[in-house]
Ligand binder design. Structure first.
Ligand SMILES: Nc1nc2c(c(=O)[nH]1)N[C@H]1C(S)=C(S)[C@@H](COP(=O)(O)O)O[C@H]1N2
Ligand SMILES: [Mo]
Length: 246
C-alpha cells in the first residue's frame, strides 16, 4: 500500500479504529491519549509525519519582526526564581537525562558555548494570536547529540520551572533543525516574560508546545506518565491535542 493510499484509506474510514491502527503501525501518538480530538489528532499526526516529516517552518525577513511581541502570562514570582533572576540566572541549569549515554547538567554559559542558531519564526497561539520574533539558541538536536541519545528513544519530554507545565515531542520533532532552545530573543537575552532565561521553540507546532522556563529534558520511549494525567503533558491534560502541527 502506498503512503498516499494509506492516508486516503484512513480518511475514507476515518475513525478511532483506523487511527489506532495507523498510530500502532507507525509508532505514533499514544493511541490512548484520550483527548477530545483523539482520532482526528492522530490522523493529522500520521499524515504530517508521512508527508512532511522534514519540512521547514516558515522563516521571515528581519523587517517582519513584530514591534510589540505578546508575552502570554507573567514570569514566575516564587523566591527561587526571583533570586536566580537577580543574579543574572547564573544558577540556572538544564538537566538532560533519561535514555542517554551521558546525562548532563548545563548552565547558560555551557549552552552558549555550543553551536548557535538564529531564526525568525512565528509563535502561533491556539487562542488565535501570533507574533514574529528572532530566536537565538542551541538546537535541541545538538544538546541531544552531546548527551548521546539511545537508538530505542522515541520521545523527548520536557519540564519547566512551572512544575505543572510539562510536555513532550517525538524524536522527529526533537531532531528537527528548527527545534531550538533559545536563550536570546530579538538580539537580547530572552526576557522572563517570554520564558527567560531558557525555553524551547518548536516552530512547526502551536505555541503551547514551546515551553518557557525550561529546566529539564528527559529522553524516553514512552510519554505515558508525563503530565498530571499521564497523557504526555499539560496540553492533553487540559483536553488539547498532544500533536499540534501547524
Ligand atoms: N512554562 C510555560 N510555558 C508556556 C506557557 C506557560 O503558561 N508556561 N504558555 C504557552 C503558550 S499557550 C504559548 S502560546 C506560548 C507563548 O509564548 P510567549 O509568552 O513568549 O508569547 O508559550 C507557551 N509556553
Ligand atoms: Mo497559547
Amino acid at each position: 500500500m502506498t503512503r498516499r493510499g494509506l492516508i486516503a484509506g484512513a480518511a475514507g474510514f476515518a475513525g478511532l479504529g483506523v487511527a489506532a491502527t495507523l498510530a500502532d503501525r507507525f509508532g505514533l501518538v499514544p493511541t490512548d491519549s484520550g483527548t477530545l480530538y483523539g482520532a482526528g489528532a492522530t490522523l493529522t499526526y500520521a499524515a504530517q509525519r508521512l508527508l512532511t516529516r522534514g519540512s521547514l517552518a516558515r522563516e521571515f525577513p528581519r523587517d517582519q519582526i513584530s514591534s510589540r511581541p505578546f508575552a502570554n502570562g507573567q514570569p514566575p514570582k516564587d523566591e527561587p526564581f526571583v533570586r536566580m533572576q537577580s543574579a543574572g540566572f547564573s544558577a540556572w541549569r538544564l538537566a538532560v537525562d533519561g535514555m542517554v549515554a551521558r546525562p548532563v547538567t548545563l548552565s547558560l554559559a555551557d549552552l552558549r558555548a555550543l553551536s548557535r542558531r538564529s531564526q525568525i519564526t512565528s509563535v502561533v497561539c491556539e487562542e488565535g494570536w501570533s507574533y514574529i520574533a528572532e530566536w537565538t539558541g542551541v538546537p535541541l538536536a545538538e544538546v541531544l547529540t552531546v548527551a548521546g541519545v539511545s537508538p530505542q528513544a522515541r520521545y523527548v519530554a520536557y519540564f519547566t520551572h512551572e512544575s505543572f507545565w510539562t510536555d513532550s515531542i517525538d524524536m522527529t520533532e526533537a531532531m528537527h533543525p528548527q527545534t531550538l532552545i533559545p536563550y536570546g530573543m530579538n538580539g537580547t537575552d530572552l526576557p522572563p516574560g517570554h520564558g527567560g532565561p531558557l525555553r524551547l521553540r518548536v516552530p512547526r507546532q502551536l505555541g503551547y508546545k514551546s515551553a518557557k522556563y525550561l529546566t529539564r529534558i528527559t529522553v524516553t520511549d514512552s510519554v505515558k506518565g508525563i503530565g498530571s494525567k499521564g497523557l504526555g503533558g499539560v496540553a492533553p491534560d487540559a483536553g488539547y491535542s498532544w500533536y499540534a502541527g501547524i
